[in-house]
Structure formats: C-alpha cells, structure tokens
Ligand binder design. Sequence first.
Ligand code: GUN
Length: 293
Amino acid sequence: MTLLDGKQTAESIKEEIRQELDIITQKGYRKPHLVAILVGNDGASRTYVDSKERNSIALGFNSTVLRLAEETTQDELITIVNNYNNNNDIDGIIVQSPLPKHIDEKLITQTIDPNKDVDGFHDINMGKLAKGDEGFVSATPLGIMMMLKAYNIQTTGKHCVVVGRSNIVGRPMSLLMSSNTEFGNATVTLCHSRTINISDYTKQADILIVALGKPGFITSDMVKPGAVVIDVGITRIDDASRKSGFYLKGDVDFESVKEVASYLTPVPGGVGLMTIAALLSNTFKAYKLHLGL
Ligand code: GUN
C-alpha cells in the first residue's frame, strides 16, 4: 500500500504557486488577497479559518479574516460581502459554514461574486462544473483531483464509487470523476445514506472516495483488493488524554483497509491538507483572472 501523502503533495502545489507568484510580483503586481468571513464561535470553523489564514500568509498572499459576532444580521453580512465584491483589491471571498440559523446560507452563497467564489459553491460555478465548463471547483474535490494527478493514478474507464452526496464534496466529486478530463473519465456510482447494501457497491470500486462523516465506516471487507481509497472524513473524537481534547478520525478504518488498498490517504495528513492547497490554487486563479494575467 502506498500512502497518499497530503503534506508532501500540498507542499509541492504551494511551491509551484509561490514560484509563479514571485515572477508576477517582481513585475510590480500586487499580491493575491483572500478574505475569510467567520460568523459566530463554532470551534471547528475557527480552526479551519485560522489554518486558511496561516497558509495564505505563508504563501505570500494577503489575508483578511473577518470574525463577526453570532448576532450579526443577514443584511449586515450581505452588505459586507457586497463591499468585498466591489473591492478590486480582493480576489477571493469565503464565508465559512455553518452560519448561525438566522442567516440563509444559500442566499449568502449566491451573494458572492462568482468570479471571487473560490469555494466554488455559487450556482454559476456548480452549473459550470456540471456542464464541464471552466469555473471554480469546491476545494476538497479539487484537492482530491490534484492528489490523483500528483500520483498519476489512472482513472479512465475505471469504476469510481463516491460515498456521500453533499454539495461541498460528494456531488462535485462525482461530476469531476465522470468529466471528460485526464484524471476523470471514470464510470461513477454515487452512494449515500439511503443506498441499500452499500458494500455491494463499495466492493466494486477501483477508486473509492468516502465523504460520509461516519468515523471508521469503511472496513476492509467493503474494499476491493488493490483499490485506491480516498478518505474525506475528519471527525473530532473526544480524548481527554490529549492536550487538544480530541483526535481526528476518518470515515475509513485505516488499520484494516491499509491491508487491502493499493493507495490510501491518512487522516490527518491526507485530503485535509489538499483542501487548503486547492483553496489557495483557486485564489491564485481568481487573482490572475482579475489582473488579466
Ligand atoms: N465549512 C466546511 N467546509 C467548508 C469549506 O470548504 N468552505 C466554507 N466556506 N465553509 C466550509
């Protein structure tokens, strides 16, 4: 089994961006600028946003993180997003979900300028993805495509089973794997919480991508020998013995599946790091588009 190393792969993607950016800024252009908006105090969201900020700065991007109170109104948030939409110095805008219940998340997603929608959640970008047109693709599925490419994992004509149909991961993932592209062209089955006898499908997968949010759900008996297994799950499990008070567990039972898979992503150190690299790549793409580069 070969470990799909998210740390190393993400680093090499970031290094490519860094080198290209160096050349651009040496010509006198400004740096890319990503804005992340966080509303409320969700612990996991705070961690994600902090990580996005750290990684943006480390790459030489400008980063603004707007940390707003839980009580922020929907109208206030819309005004803030529109101000960033109209600000030519801003390339990418992300509004971290989940948002407080009094704010309509769909409406906020649609408020972001599609050309600054580096999360790829806007209907225009989702529509482009569905039709095979160029746009912004959600960072986790994009990061997984980058991982397949980095390891030169052949997908054409293979059977890819995606478990989970979320708008952020499973649905766009199934579109990318079936798209007419070098690391697409797979035959795709999309399984979800209502699939009957799910292991009947997972056992047929040459490439198994799991984004269900159920820790340890995929065990070795559900995996075809030699399959490529991508674990998107990242659940916090309480553990008082750790300083953080938790550890991270994927949707794949790593210990048993590592005995049958040909390639496997670890958790942590796999898909999560690729998500960040893909977000930075989207921001860099938005930046070049805005500057006409
Ligand atoms: N919440 C969980 N994942 C994401 C993500 O990729 N982007 C945003 N904006 N919120 C999230």
